[in-house]
Structure formats: structure tokens, C-alpha cells
Design a protein around this ligand. Structure first.
Ligand SMILES: [Zn+2]
Length: 571
């Protein structure tokens, strides 16, 4: 049973632990989600489905690697701690994506490699490790293929359910790995679950809008659909030319049929809430009006928050969540995914808050008690700690206006372009052909419930199992030593300076608060779950930098590897 729900107003804590807590007055017993009454309409409240592949948070990239899947465990803990599971319509464990599902986008030889390589056989697979550009950012770690199949399975299941029309919003915080390419990993991403999910959505949806608020450019997704007019990609990111992945400049806008269907919003260090929300809302509103998507995929990378270990923006959790709320309000079928985010305690706060936004409930600023309580002590257990002001804002109203005007011009062109048919496009014929290859049983299950392959989780059991497997999260093995760098001749991409984690490109830091890039590395390690409250209550509830990649160098009109990366000739 959810612990906080069991608390009653006359509950008496043991005096030897509770009364000694210095936070007695700070910490109410109201840590559960409450519906926002004005949004409760039986016919308008969206159906929300929440996906978490069991055990996904137990994986480890390596002790010093900034990507820590344990953030998913922490997010889940807060989501359940707030009682949000009582407000979510469907919570699913989900089967991993199959090899066949991954092959819809990814190259067969790359998947062979991913499925075979392990930390133990690295030496004999050195040539392939180099061939596929694994290294510092994308190390070989135990069960990395299983991990990739898990998060991809969640995004695919969400897409299937959206296609079936049995949910309005699907959430998979373990997905959103937007850098992976069809034949190689990139920027901590091995399999591109977003591309796979969009391809699934395209079987039934004529136009899919992809929005990316990660601080890094959503290059893998943009590249996959660079020549498609059925997928519009809009990425808001830091762009300096040398900040990973080095792509995403204002004038990279798609090619061929996809010309003007890729939008990039390049921002500078330190952007604040007001500026970000202004440009985000302006551009998204115009984009939705012009493109008229029938489904939206929103990548919610949390490294755009202030104080992120690898990021350099000043966004608060409230502002990040307001972007999510703004997109939700279009009432278009919505797939919400995670992404980057490297200051773990803020990532899980952010995605928990955004879960509440999506289900339409308010949650208090007071974090619920969890087995990870000590991890949140830095903020006095608040959901919305101050995160901004650590990096000087280098954006100006004029620079943002220039970007907005440029993008509005592109959208205006899009509306008038004769090649852009805005009528309903029949579902992809290939999707239908593929259907015929499925078993009748699979089809019936998918059509009737859109839950083929996934199991509805018994929330109480699933939750326990979920963090049961994460008890060893502090016992990472040492990171895999990076292999020698290698540029792929075919893509003409050289390795940039250092890994992605090093190529932070953090800009000028304000004098009032100096951020040491590395000082927060260690204290961001989540603690082992503790049954003993640190708040004295004694019963806490249980790239490799590719440098300037080819995309950034190319003229927007020149065909590049997008030719071979387009997953479907029609796209
Ligand atoms: Zn990122």
C-alpha cells in the first residue's frame, strides 16, 4: 500500500524520531497528488498511460559515466510516492523491443554487434567496437543490448497504444535517446527509440510533430526524417558549433521533400525561464498551426534545466514543465519521452512534476518520503529547488527575435509550398502489409487493446520489484577504457575534442555562483535505498564528441548521409 496514503491526520509519529526532526514544521502529511478541479471534465480529461520497463533503472554505463539509468528508479519512486499512480489510467511493464522491431530502423550488422559485444569479449571484438564508434560516450557495459531493447520497447508500446486510440498520452521516461543513428551509437544512445516510435506512429498518423527540449540537438531523429514531409522535427538546444553534437543550426531545415520540415532553435548559454517559454510557445504554436500534426512526440531531456551537470541553461522545473503543459494543451495524441539529464535529483523531480502536469493533478512542493530521502536533503526535500542563475544569460531579446522571425518565415513557406499536401494521407501501405505477417492473435490483441506484448503492471508489486533491483546502484564497475578514436570515412566525421561529457561548452559563469563541472559528480550518485529515514523519523517509507558532425557542415540543400538514413523511401 502506498505509505503516504495510509497517513491520517491524527497519525502519531514515534516521538523519539519525529519530534527531533528539524523539519517537523516544514514537512506536512499532504504529499499526495490532488486533482486540479478546473481540469476535471469527464469528457476532456486525457487518458494517460505510463510505461516503465521493469529493471531498466538497474543498468550501469559505468561509475564515472554521467548517464545513470538509476534516475529512472528515482523518478518512479517519486511518481509513486506522490500517489500519481492513482491518477494514471494505465501503468505498464513492457516487453523489450524485438530484434525485428529494431530492424525497422537499425542496420542488421549494427544490431548483431550490439547483441554480441560484452565487457568480457571486448578485446576480441575490438575491430567492431572501433567500426561502430563505441567508446567513451558509448561504452560497452553489461546488458547494454537488453537495456536498449527495454527503453525502445516502452516507446514502441506507447506508440502502438496511441495508434490504437486507446490512450491520449503515453509516457516513457526511459526513452528519448535521440542521438543514436541507424548504424552506430552516439551520445549515450545505442538504439533510437524515438525514430522507431515515430515510424510506428506513421503507420496510422499522417503527420507527426517531434519536439525536443533536451539541451542537445535532436540530431538522430532529425537525420532519420530529414527528407520527410510527414515528420516535422523541432529542436530547441544549445548551439555553439562545438557543443555536442555540433549540429542544429538555424538554417538546417531538411532536404528534398523534407525541406522546411526540420526546424532548429539554436540558443546560447544561460537562457532563463521567460525567454525560453516565450520562444518555445511562439514557435510551437506557429508550427502546430502550420503543420497540423495528428500525433506529437515530445522529448523532455532534463539537461536543459539549470544546474545540470552537462548543461548550461537556467531553466526551472516549473518552466520545463510548462513546455510540457503547453504541448499537452493541443489535445493531440502525445508520446512523452525522457532523454538527457545528468543532475539526477533534478531529473527525477522534473519528470515527476511533468507526470503530474500530464495527468492533470497538482502535487505539493514537499517531496514524498521515499527510501531515497537522503538524496533530496540538499533542497530540504522540495520538488522545485532554485536551479537558475548559475550561468550568465548570453541570449538577448534581439537574438531570440531574429530566430523567431527566421522560423516564422520558414513556416510561411511551408504553408504555401505546393508539394505539401495537408489533406489526410492514407496510412503507410507497408504498415498494412506488415500487419498481414502478424499472427491473428497478435493483431486482435493490438487492435483491441494496443497492449500487445506488454503487461499491465500490478503497481504495488511492480514498484517493489522495480527498485528491488536497484539496490546496488552505488556499486558500479569502473568505466570501460575508451578505445582509440576513429573517424568513419563514409560520414566524414572526425572525432571532436574529448567526449561528450567533457565537451560541455559551458559558457561564462556568473560571478555569484561558480559551477565546478566536476565537483558535483560524486554527490550526484544516488544513495542506496534506505529504510531508515535521514529526517529523523526512523521509518521512512519504504562523443564521443563527433565534433562538428557532417550535418552541421552541410549546406541545407546538399544530400548527405540523410540519403541512406531515411528509413523509408516515402519519408
Ligand atoms: Zn542532452
Amino acid at each position: 500500500m502506498y505509505y503516504a496514503n495510509s497517513l491520517s491526520s491524527d497519525f502519531a509519529w514515534p516521538s523519539d524520531t519525529f519530534s527531533s526532526s528539524p523539519y517537523f514544521n516544514d514537512r506536512g502529511l499532504n504529499g499526495t497528488a490532488q486533482p486540479i478541479t478546473e481540469r476535471i471534465h469527464p469528457h476532456s480529461r486525457p487518458i494517460v498511460s505510463y510505461y516503465f520497463p521493469k529493471g531498466v533503472g538497474a543498468h550501469h554505463y559505468g561509475e564515472r559515466h554521467p548517464m545513470k539509468p538509476a534516475r529512472l528508479t528515482l523518478t518512479n519512486e517519486l511518481v509513486f510516492g506522490y500517489g500519481l499512480h492513482n491518477q494514471i489510467h494505465n501503468i505498464y511493464d513492457v516487453r523489450p523491443a524485438t530484434r525485428e522491431e529494431l530492424e525497422v530502423y537499425h542496420d542488421s550488422d549494427y544490431l548483431d554487434f550490439l547483441s554480441r559485444v560484452t565487457p568480457a569479449n571486448q578485446s576480441e571484438m575490438r575491430n567492431l567496437i572501433d567500426k561502430f564508434n563505441c567508446g567513451e560516450d558509448c561504452p560497452i557495459f553489461a546488458d547494454m543490448y537488453d537495456f536498449s531493447r527495454m527503453y525502445a520497447g516502452g516507446s514502441l508500446a506507447g506508440a502502438r497504444k496511441l495508434c490504437a486510440g486507446t490512450t491520449d498520452i503515453a509516457i516513457n521516461w526511459s526513452g528519448g535517446l535521440h542521438h543514436a543513428k541507424r548504424g552506430e551509437p552516439s551520445g549515450f544512445c545505442y538504439v533510437n527509440d524515438i525514430v522507431l516510435a515515430i515510424l510506428e506512429l506513421l503507420r496510422y498518423h499522417p503527420r507527426v510533430l517531434y519536439i525536443d527540449i533536451d539541451i542537445h540537438h535532436g540530431d538522430g531523429v532529425e537525420l532519420a526524417f530529414y527528407q520527410s514531409d510527414r515528420v516535422m522535427t523541432v529542436s530547441f538546444h544549445k548551439y555553439t558549433g562545438d557543443f555536442f553534437p555540433g549540429t542544429g543550426k538555424l538554417d538546417d531545415n531538411g532536404y528534398g521533400t523534407g525541406k522546411n520540415f526540420a526546424l532548429n532553435v539554436p540558443l546560447l548559454d544561460g537562457i532563463d525561464d521567460d525567454m525560453y517559454l516565450t520562444i518555445f510557445k511562439t514557435i510551437i504554436e506557429d508550427t502546430v498551426a502550420s503543420f497540423r500534426p495528428s500525433a506529437i512526440v515530445l522529448q523532455c531531456g532534463a539537461d536543459s534545466l539549470g544546474s545540470d551537470r552537462l548543461g548550461a541553461f537556467n531553466l526551472s522545473i516549473a518552466a520545463h514543465g510548462e513546455c510540457v503543459n503547453f504541448v499537452r494543451a493541443f489535445n493531440v495524441p502525445l508520446l512523452v519521452l525522457g532523454g538527457g539529464g545528468y543532475t539526477l535529483r533534478n531529473v527525477c523531480r522534473c519528470w515527476t512534476y511533468e507526470t503530474s502536469v500530464l495527468v492533470g493533478v497538482s502535487i505539493p512542493n514537499e517531496l514524498p518520503r521515499t527510501v531515497y530521502d537522503s538524496f533530496f536533503a540538499d533542497s530540504q526535500w522540495k520538488l522545485h529547488p532554485p536551479l537558475s542563475g548559475r550561468v550568465e544569460n548570453q541570449n538577448t531579446p534581439a537574438s531570440l527575435q531574429r530566430i523567431t522571425i527566421s522560423i516564422r518565415n520558414k513556416l510561411r513557406y511551408l504553408q504555401g509550398a505546393p508539394s505539401v499536401a495537408m489533406q489526410e494521407i492514407p496510412p503507410d501501405i507497408q504498415g498494412f502489409l506488415k500487419d498481414e505477417e502478424r499472427s491473428q492473435e497478435e493483431l486482435e490483441e493490438e487492435i483491441s487493446t494496443a497492449t500487445a506484448g506488454e503487461q499491465r503492471a500490478d503497481t504495488s508489486i511492480a514498484r517493489n520489484e522495480f527498485f528491488e533491483g536497484d539496490k546496488d546502484i552505488d556499486h558500479d564497475s569502473p568505466p570501460t577504457p575508451p578505445p582509440p578514436s576513429r573517424a568513419r570515412g563514409s560520414t566524414k566525421r572526425g572525432r571532436g575534442r574529448g567526449g561528450r561529457g567533457r565537451a560541455r561548452g559551458r559558457g561564462r559563469v556568473s560571478s555569484t555562483s561558480v559551477v565546478d563541472d566536476d565537483e558535483d559528480d560524486d554527490d550526484d550518485e544516488p544513495p542506496a535505498p534506505s529504510r531508515k529515514s535521514t529526517r529523523g523519523r526512523g521509518r521512512g517509507r519504504a562523443g564521443k564528441t563527433r565534433g562538428v558532425a557532417s550535418e552541421s557542415k552541410r549546406s541545407p540543400d546538399l544530400p548527405t548521409e540523410a540519403d541512406s538514413d531515411t528509413p523509408n523511401g516515402k519519408l
